[in-house]
Design a protein around this ligand. Structure first.
Ligand SMILES: Cc1ncc(COP(=O)(O)O)c(C=O)c1O
Length: 447
């Protein structure tokens, strides 16, 4: 039932006063938590409160402010962020350079008319062409990774005139209908079946399985438009393929004249210790998608980037066919330009490679003392997975770390693999705090 205008004004004014406050008094701190515990089940969903792995039994924590590698709850407690927004916070929380640039942009223009030329779109697209490998050149800007993958799939069909896609078991590409069709996790797909037809899932890391699928489809008279993969599966549990996987996929796609789509939404911008996951093996995809860290942890922005020959040859230009109201808006574009500037000028991939190596080495060492529970430790740069013998141990460690004010990520629907995806600015001291937290949590579990 619609509330009266007075009540709406009163409620919104109250919240606006919280947003504007420099400091929350004790009463307001508690009020925000109480409001949230009422609002989520009633107006959002109770499922969010229940599904959080790190604090399912301590939900009285609401995040309120952040900077660098930490965030604070409404009561001012500080947490080290080793979940990093599942990849969003590569540059940390509110990187000063990105915030400064976005504020400058906000002071003269936020969104755009939709009709005239918006210059930042052009500047950003040029910079994307400059940072991506090979002849990737044209960029299509959107708001989320899943939208970028939608365009990638649509473009592959337009550019090849072919139909099928090969994707991978446990692969994750988003949750809109097309991307979800490519996603290889039954738990997300099953409730929405039938999805977009023409997707075949094969085991990740096995190029021979991709070739076999294409061969069978071709024999049956079908056509294959593309192969879509992550360089390292993130949501699937930090799965790293053999070094020859992507080069072999490149060769297979060339042989069968279908497009290689590499989803760098989670791995891109330096997360794995190189600018892009494909840079570890020198492969140039036909289409690459970006998201998460692309907006510097400040603005939601994602992108699909492709070669000139696929983008501009069509009568029906995919940019016009796929236009998005907010995609690449000036605020988001400003954030992404500042992100590229920061990633390159601070050598974020180099920093992540060094720090990631240290973390991985120390975690492997911890594993030697807890092999019965911690069955594997793997990763590249600051995308690290800890695999436990079962969900229960994963949950227990995530919770024990959260009690020590360290946030790590389970994969969304299981906790057997915990992801450590911290910002590049995680200090040595913070790394050591996290490492001793993991060791202590495991020792606690053993007792
Ligand atoms: C590899 C990959 N692709 C696509 C997506 C979807 O991105 P978004 O949630 O921004 O739609 C994700 C999100 O986790 C991802 O990890």
């Amino acid at each position: 039932m619609r509330a009266d205008y007075e009540a709406i004004q009163e409620e919104s004014a109250r919240v606006l006063s919280y947003i504007a406050a420099d400091h929350l008094d004790a009463e307001t701190q508690q009020r925000i938590i109480d409001d949230s515990l009422e609002n989520f089940p009633k107006y959002v969903t109770a499922a969010i409160l229940k599904s959080r792995k790190s604090y399912a039994d301590t939900v009285q924590v609401a995040e309120w402010e952040d900077e660098g590698a930490i965030f604070r709850d409404t009561k001012g407690h500080e947490y080290i962020d080793c979940l990093g927004g599942y990849g969003v916070y590569l540059l940390g929380h509110r990187h000063p350079r990105v915030v400064e640039v976005v504020k400058h942009q906000l002071d003269h223009q936020a969104l755009h008319s939709q009709e005239l030329i918006d210059p930042l779109r052009g500047y950003l697209s040029k910079l994307v062409a400059m940072i991506t490998p090979g002849d990737l050149q044209h960029t299509y800007l959107v708001n989320a990774g899943t939208e970028a993958n939608e365009m990638a799939l649509k473009l592959a069909r337009l550019a090849t005139g072919k139909t099928w896609f090969i994707s991978t078991e446990k692969g994750f590409h988003g949750k809109t209908m097309g991307s979800l069709s490519a996603t290889g996790k039954g738990v997300y797909r099953k409730p929405y079946l039938p999805l977009v037809p023409g997707f075949q899932h094969v085991p990740f890391g096995r190029a021979d399985a991709v070739e076999e699928a294409i061969r069978q489809l071709t024999l049956a008279g079908e056509t294959v438009a593309g192969v879509i993969v992550e360089p390292i599966q993130g949501e699937g549990g930090v799965n790293i393929p053999p070094d020859d996987y992507l080069p072999s996929l490149r060769a297979i796609c060339d042989q069968y004249a279908c497009l290689l789509i590499v989803d760098e939404v989670q791995t891109g911008m330096g997360r794995t210790g190189k600018l892009f996951g494909v840079d570890h093996v020198g492969v140039v995809p036909d289409i690459m998608t970006l998201g998460k860290a692309f907006g510097g942890g400040v603005a939601p922005v994602a992108a699909m980037v492709t070669q000139h020959r696929f983008w501009d040859k069509m009568e029906e230009n995919p940019f016009i066919l796929g236009s998005s109201t907010f995609g690449g808006n000036p605020l988001a574009a400003a954030a992404a330009i500042a992100t590229i500037h920061t990633v390159v000028s601070e050598d974020v991939p180099g920093i992540v490679a060094k720090k990631g190596e240290y973390m991985l080495r120390r975690l492997l060492d911890i594993r030697t003392r807890h092999q019965d529970r911690l069955v594997d430790v793997r990763g590249r740069g600051f995308l690290i997975g800890l695999e436990f013998r079962d969900d229960a141990d994963g949950y227990a460690v995530a919770k024990a770390l959260f009690r020590r004010r360290i946030l790590v990520g389970g994969t969304l629907n299981n906790a057997r693999v915990i992801r450590i995806e911290p910002p590049y600015c995680l200090s040595e001291e913070q790394m050591d705090t996290v490492l001793s937290g993991v060791e202590d949590a495991l020792s606690e579990l053993a007792e």
